[in-house]
Design a binder for this molecule. Structure first.
Ligand SMILES: CC(C)(COP(=O)(O)OP(=O)(O)OC[C@H]1O[C@@H](n2cnc3c(N)ncnc32)[C@H](O)[C@@H]1OP(=O)(O)O)[C@@H](O)C(=O)NCCC(=O)NCCS
Length: 209
């Protein structure tokens, strides 16, 4: 299937790399709203234009897309625009990720190299499970979440919509991280994180509301 990647920044490069090793799709180009990216070529793949070109691409036999934007809200909003334009959202799953066969997963998800997803995990849409992250048994990872590289989530953790789990953080079992909250890099989370809160440190404590 011919596909495009929306977002030509760092996350876009990561997704291109995954799709190339997966070998399921042919990446025809990047879409990026930034004027400075226009006309550039990234690792041999051209930046075709901004979101306004999507309808034209659909008529040119491009069937699929994946949104590679780090910001959780922007990624979700952009995914809606892609579907409206008539493209099918795909997942990018690195072959070195270990994923239990009973994992339930939506679309527009990126599972990066070396991630481990244990049994009975449910992952929504527009989720990034980044390099080397560990998702233990019975986690629920809702839509638009980003689990950063090297973070570790114990059993029965729930990460609600739009939350960001920072690089190298650890969440003990049975924690819920509520909507649009942020767990700082390296934090150790021992209790639930309320919605819209940023927590940092060991043990993790709130810094702002
Ligand atoms: C938690 C975080 C979001 C806070 O960012 P911010 O809102 O801009 O906060 P600030 O940088 O102004 O820091 C506020 C205070 O928290 C402290 N702080 C920030 N991040 C911290 C962290 N991860 N651990 C411990 N303390 C931290 C700062 O030192 C500062 O303390 P001070 O008030 O005593 O000076 C950010 O530092 C972070 O950890 N982001 C995660 C990044 C990540 O995982 N990236 C991976 C992408 S793939």
């Amino acid at each position: 299937m011919k596909v495009i990647i929306i977002g030509a920044g760092g996350q876009g490069k990561v997704v291109l790399d995954i799709l190339r090793v997966e070998k399921r799709c042919e990446v025809m180009g990047f879409i990026d709203n930034s004027l400075s990216m226009r006309g550039s070529v990234i690792q041999g793949v051209p930046v075709i234009g901004d979101l306004s070109v999507l309808p034209e691409l659909v008529s040119n036999d491009i069937k699929g897309a994946i949104v590679a934007i780090g910001d959780n809200k922007t990624r979700a909003k952009t995914a809606e625009a892609v579907v409206k334009a008539g493209l099918k959202l795909i997942n990018a799953i690195h072959p070195t990720a270990i994923i239990s066969p009973d994992t339930r997963m939506g679309v527009n998800n990126v599972i990066a190299a070396g991630a481990i997803i244990c049994t009975d995990v449910c992952i929504g849409n527009n989720v990034i499970i980044n390099t080397g992250a560990i998702i233990e048994h019975e986690n629920i990872i809702e839509d638009n979440v980003h689990i950063s590289p090297g973070s570790k989530l114990g059993g029965q953790v729930t990460v609600k919509k739009g939350a960001h789990i920072g690089i190298g953080s650890t969440l003990i079992q049975n924690i819920t991280v509520y909507e649009y909250s942020i767990v700082g890099a390296g934090a150790v989370v021992l209790e639930d994180v309320p919605a819209g809160t940023t927590v940092v440190g060991i043990p993790a404590k709130g810094i702002k509301r």
